[in-house]
Design a protein around this ligand. Structure first.
Ligand SMILES: Cc1ncc(COP(=O)(O)O)c(C=O)c1O
Length: 493
């Protein structure tokens, strides 16, 4: 009988040591060679499932066989977010110190739901949250937590806003209450759909969302915001929150937070700032202009798992209204209370929908120390410079057209050959441009060397180059530009 079957405990510690060394070698090899792989695997949906047995293994299997299968089945079939050519969406790089942090997190096995269940998980989270707060230049009134994603952070913030509106939704719900008017949340048309999902989850529904028009730079129009609030108030609807985005998902537009904060203050509304992608730029004092006024917000989300090179998952929720979050989520039960009835100064589950929580602070603590704020600033600054340079190439090429300002590290553009630059049939030209650019991005991504994504801006098919991968260097941007021009010329042909 194998040891795995005869034993009643975990892997033998010495076997674990040897296996862990082998796994670390595997990880280092992966990182050293990831650039040689196609960023996206050249496979079709549904082709992987049949490679795995349809039923679970009844008998234990040797670790070597399992790791062989990892090499054979897992690595080649991943989309390589660690690849320097990953310029799609917003990058999530797992930095080496972050990976080490994840390994230690798994080994120490903390559940940071209560102080008692993880004193270090709780207090190190407080330390790291405060380090990040200081780093981005926010005042000490902001406290907060680490969550899995910006979607969850915004959900929690808006649950706080819902409680702060005074309708005791957490206690009484909202349905069937004559005294509860129709509640409203304001966000720009370019806001991330996580806000819509939060409204859906919080019982407010998508009907509660008022999507405010944007200006030519895709930023929320504060005049339209004020008007929408006035219209709602005169129709006896009840505004509760405004969501401003600093760095929208499509074009990284910056909503004018000072003007929006003035509206929020005048109207007594909760202001949530979604800076999931761009927030880390505020580490750089000289680049803080887009963040002016965010210190007036009630809550702010920044994702370390985007532009702070932290392995998924890590989102930072900062708020000056922890009290409202507590009302939204605190719920005691005998099984989580301390046996002596004492109450810890901080039990993070009081502020979150879930009980169990990962010890996310550990990897951030390791990373912040390994890079130092200065190391992070230099890398972020470099990405912004690369994006500005790429934008200048687009601007200088008459066959390409930039479709949005570049306040951070994302460039939105499209191919627009001379033949499609003028003409009377705007409708058919714009359809042809959309189709052409869809073919262009497919061809460029098909090379496997880079991965770009697209969006729609003002109804136009838009290619996005989002620079934020820790391993991306100037030569990768140059190569992407070469490929774009090469494949565009081939399309013309
Ligand atoms: C502005 C903004 N907010 C929220 C999100 C959602 O982030 P997450 O995947 O962490 O929920 C994104 C994702 O790109 C984003 O760009």
């Amino acid at each position: 009988m194998s040891e795995q079957l005869s034993g009643l405990t975990d892997m033998d510690p010495e076997d674990f040591r040897a296996a862990a060394h082998a796994v670390v070698d595997q990880m280092a090899d992966y990182l050293a060679t990831v650039e040689r792989r196609p960023v996206m695997p050249p496979i079709t949906p549904g082709s992987l499932k049949p490679l795995f047995p349809a039923s679970p293994p009844e008998q234990p299997e040797p670790l070597a066989a399992i790791l062989d299968d990892y090499r054979r089945l897992v690595e080649p079939n991943a989309t390589h977010w660690q690849h320097p050519g990953f310029m799609a969406l917003f990058a999530t790089t797992a930095s080496a110190p972050g990976i080490l942090g994840e390994m230690l997190t798994a080994a120490i096995g903390q559940n940071a739901m209560l102080w008692r269940t993880s004193p270090i998980g709780t207090e190190l989270e407080q330390v790291v949250v405060d380090w990040l707060r200081q780093g981005v230049g926010l005042p000490p009134e902001f406290d907060g937590m680490l969550t899995d994603t910006a979607s969850t952070s915004s959900l929690i913030a808006l649950a706080g806003a819902r409680e702060a509106s005074g309708f005791s939704a957490a206690a009484e719900g909202l349905a069937g209450r004559d005294e509860v008017p129709s509640l409203r949340i304001y966000l720009s048309r370019e806001a991330h759909n996580s806000i819509d999902k939060a409204a859906m989850t919080l019982g407010l529904g998508r009907a509660s969302l008022v999507h405010i028009p944007v200006d030519e730079a895709y930023a929320m129009r504060p005049d339209a915001l004020a008007e929408a609030i006035e219209t709602d108030r005169s129709a006896a609807r009840r505004p509760i929150a405004i969501v401003a985005t600093v760095g929208t998902t499509s074009s990284t537009a910056v909503d004018p937070v000072p003007a929006i904060a003035a509206v929020a203050e005048r109207e007594g509304l909760w202001l949530h700032v979604d800076s999931a992608y761009a927030g880390p730029v505020a580490l750089i004092a000289g680049r803080r202009a887009p963040f002016a006024g965010w210190e007036r917000a009630d809550s702010i989300v920044i994702n370390p798992h985007k532009w702070l090179f932290t392995p998924l998952d890590a989102s930072l929720l900062l708020t000056r209204r922890l009290d409202a979050l507590r009302t939204a989520f605190s719920l005691s039960r005998a099984y989580i209370e301390a046996p002596d009835g004492s109450v810890a100064p901080r039990d993070y589950t009081d502020f979150t929908p879930q009980l169990g929580r990962r010890f996310r602070a550990l990897k951030l603590w390791i990373q912040l120390r390994w890079f130092g704020l200065e190391g992070l600033r230099r890398r972020i600054d470099h990405h912004i410079e690369l994006a500005q340079e790429f934008a200048s190439w687009i601007d200088a090429d008459p066959e390409f057209e930039r479709l949005a300002p570049v306040p951070f590290s994302t460039v939105c553009f499209r191919y627009r050959p001379a033949a499609l630059r003028d003409g009377t049939d705007a409708g058919s030209i714009s359809e042809r441009l959309d189709a052409l650019n869809a073919r262009l991005i497919t061809a460029v991504n098909g090379t496997g060397e880079v991965f770009l994504s697209h969006t729609k801006l003002g109804g136009r098919y838009t290619i996005r180059m989002a620079i934020g991968n820790l391993r991306t260097e100037r030569r990768h941007i140059e190569r992407a530009w070469q490929l774009l021009r090469r494949e565009a010329a081939a399309l013309d042909g």
